[in-house]
Structures are given as structure tokens and as C-alpha cells.
Design a protein around this ligand. Structure first.
Ligand code: GDP
Length: 204
């Protein structure tokens, strides 16, 4: 079942700005949705699928891209904060520390997100850095939703088994939503899940 929101139709997304210092985060009354994941998890592809805009979110192949929060406005209703991918294998320790500081100051600041999508590659399950992020979010009482990317890479049985393992590894409460930006599966469900969390129907 798809959740309809009169305001959020995923019709028009525009890039707002990149932010290197959370003190320069623009004031906004819109709900904030942050999107986090390991470098190469498929975050840019998933955001482009969610926005219905090929190429709006640039894929980040270099460790130098670990320093910026990229902000997008959806329909004038939702601010999406694309967090830099973490754990880039070739990134220097210093680079990873910069990432951790940026994310920590964002999560602790006045513009903390209302919801965080935690992206996990369905083939690899949660890594230590994912579990550390989930811990931070739980400690701060920030809502999060696990999203499994690249679901097209596994066949039915293997996919179901892996999703169960992932759920267990993350505390057993939230099952990842399987998605694929290659074949489009799960994208509508993800849109509905976001709307359901951030724009609950009156009386719901
Ligand atoms: P990012 O670094 O997290 O932004 O990841 P990208 O979106 O740049 O994707 C990393 C790699 O994974 C690219 O080679 C993509 O083509 C591939 N990829 C991304 N999403 C999917 C998916 O849903 N299915 C498959 N099979 N490959 C994907």
C-alpha cells in the first residue's frame, strides 16, 4: 500500500548547497531526512532513483568527497541531507576522523535529522562503522530506517536469508527494506516509508 501525502509527491528535487561546516547549515523549518552509508553502498544511485532524477546526485568515487553534506529540497517539503560515505578503504585515517567529526557535530547540533536512512549493501550486511552509527543514533534518540541496497544482486532465498541476518545483527527490531536502483524494486515502498515516518496522517 502506498502512503499518499498531499504535499510530498517526489515531483521536484533541487540541489540546495554543500555544507562543510555544520555551523553553516541553512536554517530550515522542513523535516530533515539524512542518508548515510558506507562508501560505494549505492547511496548516490538510490538518491537519484528516489528523486526520479538521473545524475542529480553525483557518485562519489574519491576519498576527497568525505567532507561535505549535500542538501536537496524535495517539493519544498523535505530537506534531504546526503551524508558523506564513510569507510572509504583508501582514505587516510585523518580523512576518516574528519568524517566522524562532521557527522557527530551534525547529529548533535540544532539541525539533527528527524529520520536517518542507514544504507547497507545486501551482500555485505552491517559493518562495524554501520553498527557504530546505529549506536550513535539510538543513544541520541534519532529515528532511523535500515535500507538494503543492490537487492537485485541476490536471488529470492538468499535475499530473504540475508535480510533476516541483517535484522538480527542490528538488534532485531527493524528489518531492512530491500531496494535496487537498477531495477527499481523497493523505491516506491521507501518513498511511502519516509512519508509515513515524517508526514503521518492526522489521527494516525
Ligand atoms: P555511493 O558511493 O554509495 O554513492 O555508490 P554509487 O551509487 O556510486 O554506486 C556504487 C556502485 O554500485 C556503482 O558501480 C553502481 O553502479 C553500483 N550500484 C548502485 N546501486 C546498485 C543497485 O541497485 N544494483 C546494482 N547491481 N548495482 C548498484
Amino acid at each position: 500500500m502506498s502512503v499518499e501525502s498531499p504535499a510530498l509527491r517526489w515531483a521536484e528535487t533541487r540541489f540546495v548547497q554543500s555544507v562543510a561546516d555544520v555551523r553553516r547549515f541553512p536554517a530550515s523549518a522542513l523535516p530533515n531526512l539524512a542518508v548515510a552509508g558506507h562508501s560505494n553502498v549505492g547511496k548516490s544511485s538510490l538518491l537519484n532513483a528516489l528523486f526520479g532524477r538521473k545524475g542529480l546526485v553525483k557518485t562519489s568515487k574519491s576519498p576527497g568527497c568525505t567532507r561535505l553534506l549535500n542538501l536537496f529540497d524535495v517539493d519544498g517539503q523535505l530537506l534531504v541531507v546526503d551524508l558523506p560515505g564513510y569507510g572509504f578503504a583508501r582514505a587516510a585515517k585523518r580523512e576518516q576522523a574528519t568524517w566522524a567529526r562532521l557527522i557527530e557535530s551534525y547529529l548533535q547540533g540544532g539541525q539533527a535529522p528527524d529520520l536517518v536512512l542507514v544504507l547497507l549493501d545486501i551482500r555485505h550486511g552491517p559493518k562495524d562503522s554501520d553498527l557504530q552509527l546505529i549506536d550513535w543514533l539510538n543513544v541520541r534518540g534519532i529515528r532511523w530506517l535500515p535500507v538494503a541496497t543492490k537487492a537485485d544482486k541476490l536471488s529470492g532465498n538468499a535475499r530473504a536469508k540475508r535480510l533476516k541476518e541483517m535484522t538480527g545483527a542490528m538488534g532485531g527490531l527493524l528489518a531492512p527494506l530491500p531496494t535496487s536502483s537498477h531495477d527499481g524494486r523497493g523505491i516506491e515502498q521507501l518513498r511511502s516509508a519516509i512519508v509515513g515516518e515524517l508526514f503521518p496522517a492526522p489521527g494516525a
